[in-house]
Design a protein around this ligand. Structure first.
Ligand code: RB5
Length: 145
């Protein structure tokens, strides 16, 4: 599995925590930054991750901003992206099993690094259940066309 990850200035610290998790789990990734704490516009950083996942260059993406909301809205504008904004473990498991989410968004100003790391670990390891959920995801794709 290859992951694309980025944040804005509001998510820099948590992004570094999640990068440490990816290293610990032995998961390959590309970190799209930012490299400084300067204020940046989150759509500019959501874009390469969402576009990369949509193009199949990466299997999944992780996006972090202050709330996770801006990143998730931006990512979900890209065709083929199912970005889930998650701040609890139940949803982390459910959105993989039911929605086959291919991008995870979290907010550094919403939850602490311990919970965020466990959410990412759960989201990275849970499998899509398929079956009836496949039909529903196809109906989401139909909305894009
Ligand atoms: C940046 O101040 C903040 O607006 C951003 O990180 C994010 O929370 C937007 O949704």
């Amino acid at each position: 599995m290859k992951i694309a990850i980025s944040s804005d200035h509001g998510g820099n610290n948590l992004r570094k925590e999640i990068v440490r998790l990816l290293d610990e789990m032995g998961i390959e990734y590309k970190d799209f930054g930012p490299q400084t704490d300067d204020s940046v516009d989150y759509p500019d950083y959501a874009s390469p991750v969402a576009q990369g996942v949509a193009a199949g260059e990466y299997d999944r993406g992780i996006l972090i901003c202050g709330t996770g909301i801006g990143m998730s809205i931006a990512a979900n504008k890209v065709k083929g992206i199912r970005c889930a904004l998650v701040h609890d473990l139940f949803s982390a498991k459910a959105t993989r099993g039911h929605n086959n989410s291919n991008v995870l968004a979290m907010g550094e100003r919403v939850i602490g690094p311990g919970l965020a790391t466990e959410i990412a670990r759960t989201w990275l390891t849970e499998e899509f259940e398929g079956g009836r959920h496949e039909t529903r995801i196809q109906k989401i794709s139909d909305l894009e066309n």
